[in-house]
Structure formats: C-alpha cells, structure tokens
Design a protein around this ligand. Structure first.
Ligand code: SAH
Ligand code: SF4
Ligand code: F3S
Length: 472
C-alpha cells in the first residue's frame, strides 16, 4: 500500500502532469496508426461505481482516447462489482471474450478496477488464468489511472496496484458526465456498518466524508456548467459528516446545497434506516428542491433476521420511521432493497418480510436472493432453508412487490406534474422520457430539443410502473 502522498492537491497536480505527458504519447501513436485511439468503458454495480467510471472516462478523454461503445477498442476498462456472486461471474465471462479482440489488435490494453479487484483471491485468479489483462487497480486509487497507463506503456507485463485502504480523497480531477443536465456527486466514501451479509465495507474501506465546502464548490461548478439536478452519493448518506474535523449533519449539508442558485433538484442515495433523523425529515419536508423520493433499504421484515444481519433496527422501528416520514410528506415515494434467503430466515421470518411490504406499500423494490460473500460474518452461518425454498420465497415476494407497485405507482393519473426531460424514449423515438420528482417516468410526445428542460406534463395513463402523458 502506498501512502506517501502529503496533500491531495499535490497528488492531483502530479496526475495532471502525467496526463500531459500521455497526451503527447497517445497523439503520436494515433498519428502512426492514422486513426484516433478508442476507449470502451464498461461498468457493473451501483451508482458509486458509475461515478468512478465517469472519473476514469474523464482521464481517458483528457489523454486523447475517443469513446466507443464497442468492446473492440484500443483501451477497454471494466469497473467491477462484487456485491453478489453473479456480478463476478459476468466479469470472467467477458474476459474470455476479450482475449480474441486483443489477438487482433496488438495495441489493445485491458484494465480492470473496482470492488472485485479489492479481493486478493480474484487478483490471483486473474494473474493465473487471464494473462491478457494489462492493468489491475481497486477502488481507492481510481485517480491514478493515467499513472498506471504510463507504467504499462513503459514496462512489460501486468501492472497491479491495489490499496487496502486510504485516508486520501483526491479532488479536482477531470470527470466525463453522462448527462449534461444531471450528475452524481460523491459526498462520502466507504462504509462502517458491516451488515453481516455485505462485502462493501471490505472492498470500499472505512467511511470518509468529503468536506462540505468541497462538495458545495463542486455542485456550484456543475450548475454553472448546466447541471440542474444532483444526486448526492454515499453508502449511508445519513451518517455523513460525523467524522469530519468540524462535524456537520447530512440534513445541514442538504440545507446548504439547497441554497445553491440555479440548482433545481436534489436527490440522494442511500439512506440507512437506523440513521435517518427527524432533522432530515424536517429539512426534506420544508425543501422545494429535494425530490419526493426516499430509497430506504429494509432488507428483511423480521426483527430476528434484522438482528442477525446487524442492521440495528427492528421491524417496528422501521414501520415507525415510515409513519413519521409519511406524516411529514404524504406524497413521498418510498422504494427499498430486500434480501430473500438470508441464512437464518425461516418461513415465519419470510412472512414478516411479506407483511412489511404490504404495510409500507413501496413504489418499487429491488429484490435479491442472498449471496454468500467470503469473509463476511454471514458466510459462516448455516442456512435454514434449501435453495428451492428460497427461490419460491423470492417469486412470492416479487409478485407481491409488483402487484403493490402497479397500484401505488398509478396514483397520480390525471394530474399535471413537473418533469425533467431526460431523453428520447428507447422503444418509441417519437416520445420523450421525463422523470417526476418521485422518480417515476412518463413518456410523452415532444421534440428532442426539450431534453434537459423542465416541462409540465399531464399524466394521462398509468401503465404499471410508468405513465403516458402529454405536455401542457
Ligand atoms: N449501502 C446500501 C446498499 C449497498 S448494496 C444500503 O445499505 O442500503 C445494495 C443492495 O445489495 C443492498 O441493499 C442489499 O439489499 C443487496 N446486497 C448486499 N449484499 C448482498 C448479498 N450478500 N446477497 C444479496 N444481496 C445483497
Ligand atoms: Fe453494505 Fe450495510 Fe454498508 Fe449498505 S450499510 S454498504 S448493506 S454494510
Ligand atoms: Fe458493487 Fe462495489 Fe457498489 S460491490 S454495489 S459496485 S460499492
């Protein structure tokens, strides 16, 4: 692990110098080939990873690579996720494919980064069986991509740079935004919660909050550049700021973000129920910019399972929290994550999960079958149910969740609401897609010049999880 950096300003400046040098080398290579060099960026996992990929893309664009969607690129970077086993399997599958492309194109470089690379067994496996990989790094040193490319160009063989953790937050490097009008903003990194099933604290390290002044400066700059909506990102935003030299609450940060002129919408992800304060509910209720949507992962409805999961709330605590939120904001949309088949889950525990779903009536829920992650406390627990039983529970839960979501999502039919136009509908190019404050989508006829603007749209027809509408 390298920790010789003094200040992150120095480190950012050093990386920018390397980018300047690489710019010259990439330009020369591209001239000798008589074509631009291309990069393809593949990202698995959550919004944190998506944000990291934007940073990686920013570096690649700065040094002169041109984006392509084809994996037959000169530089392929895969940002990996390891939250569930199937995320890992997808990466190995893709890597097999890439070998063929590399044979055709000797200039091709393949880089792997992200959460999966923080697991030493994974890196060992790649070293043994996937020798065509050029660069491997993890979650703590995304800012170093240019330096690692330079090292690879100067050396033969795989370049591997994995840090076990870091105290550094390197600010102010390039980032390539996916949308001109909305953007994710990291407010914290890592996680200290150690839910017993979850690998994230091991691969993302301890919780570190960015200073509020850095966050506010970044958002002001984004707004000056045309951004109207920000999504504040953290594994548990409700514990933001607790470990800063001058501690500040997440609710207070939101108050300050709200003051930024020109910013129209604020979203955030994810909220851990145990830390959601009444102060936050009050700030949300009084806000005109914070969207009417709260993603509040419940994971299970059984107090016993929640205890085994180390979630630190009971079924009653959660329901009580939902009541307080709804009392303050009756129109709020609640969404959640649920795990089925946690090792200690019995039929009775699962029925508690169905019960909480029926009581809360989520607008949508991400449901997952429990996946054993090596090194987590739950991996040592014995399973109470077999695979088939768990699969049946999963299907029962899914149909319950979907039925409720269809009913709850339709509740605004006939209303006229403000939406942010995000793009052209992928299925029907005559339609635009707009997002409501509560995160639901509406498709309506319109010209693509409206993308990035706010429009008043009448929700004429509820179609399950989205609406058809018309502009007012
Ligand atoms: N920090 C966020 C969640 C990050 S992971 C939070 O606490 O809400 C996203 C979701 O993946 C989790 O909410 C959980 O439902 C699911 N998940 C995490 N580990 C898992 C595992 N081992 N098996 C199945 N699902 C898991
Ligand atoms: Fe994982 Fe729990 Fe941290 Fe979320 S809060 S990332 S589920 S350990
Ligand atoms: Fe996956 Fe890492 Fe996010 S494990 S869910 S990409 S923090």
């Amino acid at each position: 692990m390298e920790t010789q950096y003094n200040t992150n300003e120095q480190e950012a400046a050093r990386q920018k110098e390397i980018m300047e040098r690489l710019k010259v080398r990439i330009a020369a290579l591209s001239e000798s080939l008589g074509r631009p060099l291309t990069y393809c960026s593949v990202c698995f996992g959550c919004q944190m990873n998506a944000k990291d990929s934007e940073k990686l893309e920013g570096i690649l664009e700065t040094i002169g690579y041109v984006r392509t969607e084809s994996e037959e690129a000169d530089f392929l970077i895969m940002n990996t996720c390891t939250v569930r086993e199937n995320a890992n399997l997808r990466v190995y599958g893709r890597l097999g494919q890439l070998k063929k492309y590399k044979k055709k194109n000797p200039n091709m470089m393949i880089a792997l980064c992200g959460c999966m690379m923080q697991e030493s067994l994974v890196v060992e496996k790649i070293k043994q069986s996937y020798r065509h990989v050029d660069i491997i790094f993890g979650t703590h040193n995304v800012f170093k991509l240019a330096e690692l490319i330079e090292r690879r160009l100067d050396a033969k063989g795989m370049v591997i740079d994995i840090w076990e953790g870091t105290d550094e937050i390197v600010e102010d490097l390039p980032s390539e935004r996916k949308y001109p009008f909305k953007c994710g903003v990291n407010i914290m990194f890592g996680c200290n919660n150690f839910c017993s099933y979850c690998i994230v604290p091991y691969v993302r390290g301890r919780e570190r909050s960015r200073k509020p002044e850095d966050i506010l400066a970044e958002i002001r700059a984004l707004v000056a550049d045309g951004v109207v909506e920000v999504m504040l990102l953290g594994q548990n935003v409700n514990s933001y700021g607790k470990n800063l030299e001058h501690p500040i609450s997440f609710a207070e940060l939101l108050r300050q973000v709200e003051q930024i002129e020109g910013l129209r919408r604020i979203r955030f992800m994810t909220s851990h129920p145990k830390d959601l304060s009444d102060e936050l509910i009050a700030v949300m209720a009084a806000s005109t910019k914070i969207c009417r949507h709260l993603h509040l992962p419940v994971q299970s409805g059984s107090t016993k399972v929640l205890k085994d999961m180390n979630r630190r709330y009971t079924k009653e605590d959660y329901l009580n929290l939902v009541s307080r939120i709804r009392a303050a904001m009756p129109d709020i949309s609640l969404t959640t994550d649920i795990i089925v088949g946690f090792p200690t889950e019995t039929e009775k525990d699962f029925e508690d999960t169905l019960d909480i779903v029926r009581k809360v009536r989520y607008d949508s829920a991400f449901t997952f079958i429990y996946s054993k992650r090596t090194g987590t406390p739950a991996a040592a627990m014995e399973a109470a149910a077999d695979e088939e039983t768990v699969k049946k529970r999963f299907d029962r839960l899914l149909s319950e969740v979907q039925e409720i979501a269809k009913e709850t999502c339709g509740r605004y039919q006939g209303e006229t609401v403000e939406v942010l136009v995000e793009g052209v509908d992928e299925q029907d190019h005559r339609l635009l897609t707009g997002r409501l404050s509560n995160n639901l989508l509406v498709h309506f006829p319109g010209e693509k010049e409206l993308i990035g603007t706010f429009q008043q749209v009448k929700l004429t027809e509820a179609r399950g999880f989205y609406y058809i509408g018309e502009r007012k």
